[in-house]
Design a binder for this molecule. Structure first.
Ligand code: URA
Length: 434
């Protein structure tokens, strides 16, 4: 077998056989297929697509590219959650400790920023010393003691996804259904949880722009999970505007901390409660979604979820004092408010562009070798449907470079669209697929 032939086969519309996919993933993981050949394959998949069979084979090959965690040493039903990626999507930072605070074992595997979307690991690294390269023993110990651990892909856990993820991020090959499904589900299968809740985003800020595509992705992932014997559900949620107000790594951590203290944005809290209720029911900790929601709200109100968050940061090497004092988290040198130039109601916020502005400010990677600036980003002051008068603040831009700041201001103004009449705002939760 050779990679050149497989690339050409895919380019001409062929379906790769299981032994070809297994070979390709093994050789790439071991460094015997170079990035340039794999980039060509990823681009061919973007144009030609993959069958359901190929997607399933790719997922399993990636899941088994390293160890598959055996979590049998953790008591109870272990749950995990994953988002297909959005702008301002800091859900996991709130959700994971919240669900863990009910005693539910949360064994989560997360990723870094991808394309115009942010990643949980980058965000968490805003805490000094925080790390996600846990050994299986540490991962299991943390879940057994504080009910929560979040790991990143390592040389041992889903290493094929670690390499492919970084490659797709910088080669324009993220927004393809089979590549997203295999990337997410390989991580979920490798990290060994029994119950999995997927947050499938749809809208301008998502990789799946239409509800139809989001539904197809959700069904594909649920079906792969069920084939592997997992209890999987998917929530399809709106990404036609950023979630909450903050976009950017440390800025999102600050908003997540406020949410854990009970002062979060309504949309973020609503999403967290729906996903959290599903996880809590899957774990058998509540008999119904209503009971689960009541327990989760109580854990937020009493501050129990925030206490678990601090223990989690500490257990993974971070400084929990930075959660008590979020002003100590990275903060940008320049902060400037951008004001509306017209009266009206916000009709649209070009959400992918908001994510791209954050990347441009330094909040994401341009090449695999780029380092990111955790301090930069935007905090929106107005969301869809809000009334605005000329001169009202639309957003505050956080930048480390004055030239980028002035370009970001122009781009932000162009990303907002206004109308004379209050527009309808679409619901946050579109569907749940079981
Ligand atoms: N999240 C992932 O882990 N992988 C993708 O491809 C997209 C979102």
């Amino acid at each position: 077998m050779n990679m050149y032939d497989l690339i050409v086969k895919k380019k001409r519309g062929g379906a790769l056989a299981k032994d070809e996919i297994d070979w390709m993933i093994r050789e790439y993981t071991d460094g015997r297929i170079p990035d340039y050949q794999m980039s060509a394959m990823m681009m061919a998949v973007c144009f030609v697509g993959m069958t359901d069979e190929e997607t399933k084979d790719l997922t399993l090959a990636m899941a088994h590219s390293g160890d598959v965690l055996d979590l049998s040493a953790i008591h109870g039903i272990k749950v995990d959650k994953h988002s297909t990626g959005g702008v301002g999507d800091k859900t996991s930072l709130v959700l994971a400790p919240l669900v863990a605070s009910l005693g539910v074992p949360v064994a989560k595997m997360s990723g870094r920023g991808l394309g115009h979307t942010g990643g949980t690991i980058d965000k968490l690294e805003s805490f000094t010393g925080f790390h996600t390269d846990l050994t299986p023993e540490q991962f299991i110990r943390n879940v057994n003691t504080i009910h929560i651990a979040i790991a990143g892909q390592t040389a041992n856990l889903a290493p094929a996804d670690k390499k492919l993820y970084a490659l797709r991020d910088v080669t324009g090959t993220v927004d393809q259904m089979s590549l997203i499904a295999s990337s997410i589900m390989s991580k979920k299968l490798a990290s060994g949880a029994d119950g999995i809740v997927l947050d499938v985003k749809t809208g301008d800020g998502a990789f799946m722009k239409s509800l139809e595509d989001a539904r197809a992705l959700a069904r594909e992932m649920v079906s792969i999970g069920k084939l592997a014997g997992k209890d999987v559900s998917a929530v399809i949620s709106d990404m036609d505007q950023p979630l909450g107000f903050a976009v950017g790594n440390a800025l999102e951590v600050k908003e997540a901390v406020s949410t854990l203290k009970g002062h979060g944005p309504k949309d973020l809290e609503e999403l967290v409660l729906v996903l959290g209720s599903l996880m809590t029911v899957k774990a058998g900790r509540a008999g119904s979604m209503e009971e689960a929601e009541r327990l989760l709200k109580e854990a937020l109100d009493t501050g129990r979820a925030f206490e678990v968050f601090k223990s989690f940061i500490k257990a993974q090497g971070g400084d929990p004092e930075e959660a008590e004092h979020p002003e100590r988290l990275p903060s940008a040198a320049y902060q400037e408010t951008v004001c509306a130039e017209t009266d009206g109601f916000v009709r649209d916020i070009r959400t992918e562009e908001i994510g791209r502005i954050c990347l441009f400010l330094g909040g994401g990677r341009e090449t695999k070798e780029s380092s990111i600036d955790l301090s930069v980003g935007l905090v929106l002051c107005r969301k869809k449907g809000d009334k605005v008068k000329k001169g009202d603040p639309l957003a505050v831009i956080h930048a480390s470079d004055p030239e980028k700041l002035s370009e970001a201001k122009k781009r932000l103004l162009a990303a907002y669209e206004f109308t004379d009449r209050k527009p309808p705002v679409s619901p946050l939760i579109k569907e749940i697929i079981y």
